[in-house]
Design a protein around this ligand. Structure first.
Ligand code: KG4
Ligand code: ZN
Length: 366
């Protein structure tokens, strides 16, 4: 695929609780990250045990301009040097997305440069392309995030075809709920991972989240319920009280965290086996993205799986696993050229146009 040289793209990401901006340079055959600024709202939401949408959008409003300015300063570029603006237009919290989309339109309008709206879920896979040579295609793509567990087949970076999804919780959401019920607090995924290090992954046998149906489908609700019963006991009846669960000691918490992580990772591997079995031309690369791709047990299992099948495994650098704007700028840089400043009539949308989310059916790109 031919790449023009030296195109500077500003990426803007505000879909959930990170206000992020980045400048990426598209050179011949590569995407170079010139700056990557993330203003996290973790501390703001921690007391509530999850993201509070209204607080998130207000915080984005307060942080967006300084975050954009910082991204340009770090990249040592001026506003007038920018060639293109990329922005996450979906999926996410609508009030949060609106801040980024409005900022992107404002910058594009004032500079007279094109704005390219992108899908945040697909952008997670573009994180694997940053600061590295382009991979071989076709590829399998796995997005394991707080809102999605999606498997794609890709013939190129901007052409994903959805082949797998979860019918209920996303894997990251399941990690967050596992953390909550084990009393580990928010944000859950990294805390479960930390506890799991000292635990026995085989202490408790939890069911797989991979559904043995046609296609590649996951359901994390059964694993969650099994973990709840293991932690708090199985519900009994008045006539037949159930035996109490073992006390939730620090050792038991570590074992349960390790068992949950083991079940979640094994489910993904089962899903990839099914995806490989049903894909036509053999994929040459596995692209992985989303917050859960920061999980070392998952990274290790994916690496082993890919090696066993002779496929190159690409996981993002740690900085590009969580929500960031470099992945948005990277994907926008690879999209076809927009005419003039592009169509400023596009709107923010809560659902992905490509991936199947937890809150409703897939909407097809128009
Ligand atoms: O991609 P992301 O930053 O936001 C969404 O697009 O959803 O993913 C956030 C999710 C959260 O559910 C978080 O708990 C999970 O990624 N996560 C992890 C780890 N780091 C973040 N899950 C497991 N292990 C981790 N180390
Ligand atoms: Zn994300």
């Amino acid at each position: 695929m031919p790449y023009a040289s030296g195109m500077l793209v500003l990426g803007i990401e505000t879909s959930c609780d990170e206000t992020a901006a980045s400048v990426v340079e598209r050179t011949a055959g590569a995407l170079r990250v010139r700056s990557n600024v993330v203003a996290s709202q973790e501390a703001l939401h921690a007391p509530y045990g999850g993201v509070v949408p209204e607080l998130a959008s207000r915080a984005h409003l307060a942080r967006i301009v300084p975050t954009l300015e910082r991204a340009l300063k770090d990249a040592r570029v001026r506003w007038s040097d920018l060639d293109r603006i990329g922005v996450a237009r979906c999926p996410g919290l609508i009030g949060s997305l609106l801040v980024g989309v409005s900022a992107a339109k404002g910058v594009a309008w004032s500079l007279g440069k094109p704005v390219v709206p992108v899908d945040h879920v697909v952008a997670h896979l573009a994180a694997c392309l940053l600061d590295r040579p382009m991979p071989a295609w076709p590829a399998l793509g796995l997005v394991a995030s707080g809102g999605h567990t999606s498997v794609f087949r890709l013939d190129g970076p901007t052409e994903p075809h959805l082949i797998g999804w979860t019918i209920d919780d996303a894997i990251g959401e399941a990690f967050d709920k596992a953390a909550a019920l084990l009393g580990l607090g928010y944000p859950g995924g990294p805390r479960v991972e930390r506890e799991a290090v000292g635990g026995d992954p085989h202490a408790v046998r939890l069911p797989s989240a991979f559904l043995r149906r046609e296609g590649v489908q996951f359901s994390f609700s059964g694993v969650k319920t099994a973990l709840l019963y293991a932690a708090r006991g199985v519900p009994g009846t008045a006539r037949r009280p159930a035996p109490a669960a073992p006390p939730l000691t620090p050792d038991r918490v570590r074992d349960l965290a390790a068992s949950f992580q083991h079940a979640a990772v094994a489910s993904i591997i089962e899903g990839l086996d099914a995806a490989l079995a049903q894909s036509g031309e053999r994929p040459r690369t596995l692209l992985v993205g989303g917050g859960v791709s920061a999980n070392k047990a998952l990274r290790c299992a994916l690496d082993g799986w890919a090696q066993a099948h002779g496929i190159e495994c690409r996981v993002p650098s740690m900085a590009h696993c969580i929500d960031n704007a470099a992945m948005i700028a990277g994907l926008a840089a690879l999209m076809p050229e927009a005419d003039g400043i592009g169509d400023l009539g596009f709107v923010a949308e809560p659902m992905s146009r490509i991936a199947r989310g937890v809150r409703g059916p897939t909407r097809r790109a128009s």
